[in-house]
Design a binder for this molecule. Structure first.
Ligand code: SAH
Length: 351
């Protein structure tokens, strides 16, 4: 919701139908309107087959998000495309389109900024500005597809923000993007990544969405994890593992652990052994990612040979491990970096 108006793209087709019915409109108008919304119409004036009076009446209570490209970067290395989108209220978020052998995947932001405070992450430096509404998340996918010309088949909620800190809007977005009359992207092609807000896990499991839950673990022990991820405080690794196990049992969906390798912080043999224990208990797949360096942070990535040794130690314990390929390294594709750099540059220009 912005300036008291609801983003029409946050409404499911059946909700749109109810709105139009209340306005005394015939049923076919809802289909016409939904078709405009799905095609990425930027304003009501484009909807030429709707009567002018209806368009004006809609504009009184509703708005459309139509993000503008503030910056676009294309990686020369691997074709990754990164957008900085300008939103209706002047805020900006990042979306990244990645090209894989199985198709194109989009990484979307769920909030403007973030309040989780992870020590290695650029998105959290300025704190949380606001949550995105469901339509704005949908527009990230829709407008990235439209602007890049790349058909999107997969989505990861791994951009700026903490999805479980914007629970209702995120769930609504998932229903919208999955809707057969909409973009129709399968839940099994969607991953939701969280820093571990355990109080939301059972609610999420209860919705029985078939998506993949990714847990940003980054450390297997409380001392280290609380140091680099303040969200661990008051929750703890033991509670997180209990909730992961319960989620897996309830949904039958395998969880993955994200683990950014940080030199001298979370890459010891003891930490590998403890991580292996957690992963085995909850049946998790482990993704090792070399830390992306963020200018404001003293943390450095673990060197490749020690990442390889860490991986071997996990595999010896029977854990499934992938070392993530870094995409878009030449375009600051790691979350939060582009928004932050652009804001810093604008501040410098003004002063
Ligand atoms: N808030 C959610 C989703 C956004 S972050 C979460 O915490 O999962 C997406 C992923 O990028 C997370 O796994 C996060 O820990 C990771 N990440 C953030 N900064 C990073 C960096 N500098 N290098 C590597 N991974 C990073």
């Amino acid at each position: 919701m912005q300036d008291g108006k609801i983003n029409l793209r946050s409404l499911l087709p059946e909700e749109l139908a109810a709105v139009l019915k209340d306005m005394g409109q015939p049923a076919f108008r809802a289909k016409q309107l939904f078709s405009w919304l799905s095609r990425g119409a930027a304003g009501f004036e484009e909807m030429t087959n709707l009567p002018k009076a209806l368009r004006e009446a809609l504009a009184e209570n509703y708005c459309l998000g139509a993000p503008k490209v503030l910056r676009k970067q294309v990686s020369a290395e691997d074709g990754t495309v990164k957008y900085l989108w300008g939103l209706r209220d002047g805020n900006a978020v990042e979306t990244v389109v990645m090209r894989y052998h199985y198709g194109n995947s989009v990484c979307i932001s769920t909030q403007v900024g973030c309040r989780q405070g992870c020590a290695f992450c650029a998105s959290t430096i300025g704190g949380l500005v606001r949550c995105l509404d469901a339509g704005e998340m949908l527009e990230e996918v829709m407008f990235s597809e439209k602007e890049s010309g790349l058909k999107i088949g997969h989505i990861v909620l791994m951009g700026i923000g903490e999805p479980l800190d914007n629970f209702e809007n995120v769930v609504k977005f998932l229903r919208l993007v999955n809707h057969p009359e909409g973009m129709n992207i399968g839940m099994r092609h969607i991953s939701l990544s969280t820093c571990g807000l355990t109080e939301r896990f059972s609610e999420l499991a209860g919705l029985n969405l078939q998506l993949t839950l990714s847990v940003s673990l980054h450390a297997p022990d409380d001392e280290t994890r609380t140091r680099i991820m303040p969200a661990n405080r008051g929750r703890g690794v033991a509670k997180l593992m209990d909730e992961c196990e319960a989620y897996f049992k309830k949904t039958g969906r395998r969880i993955s652990f994200e683990y950014a390798m940080i030199d001298g912080v979370n890459d010891s043999p003891e930490q590998a052994a403890l991580l292996a224990k957690h992963a085995a208990r909850v049946g998790a797949h482990v993704n090792l990612i070399p830390l992306n360096h963020v200018d404001e942070s003293p943390l450095r990535p673990t060197p490749p040979e020690r990442i390889a040794a860490f991986r071997k130690a996990l595999e010896r314990e029977g854990v499934n491990v992938t070392v993530r390929r870094r995409l878009g390294g030449d375009i600051d594709a790691s979350c939060g970096q582009l928004r932050k750099k652009t804001a810093d540059a604008m501040r410098r220009e003004r002063s």
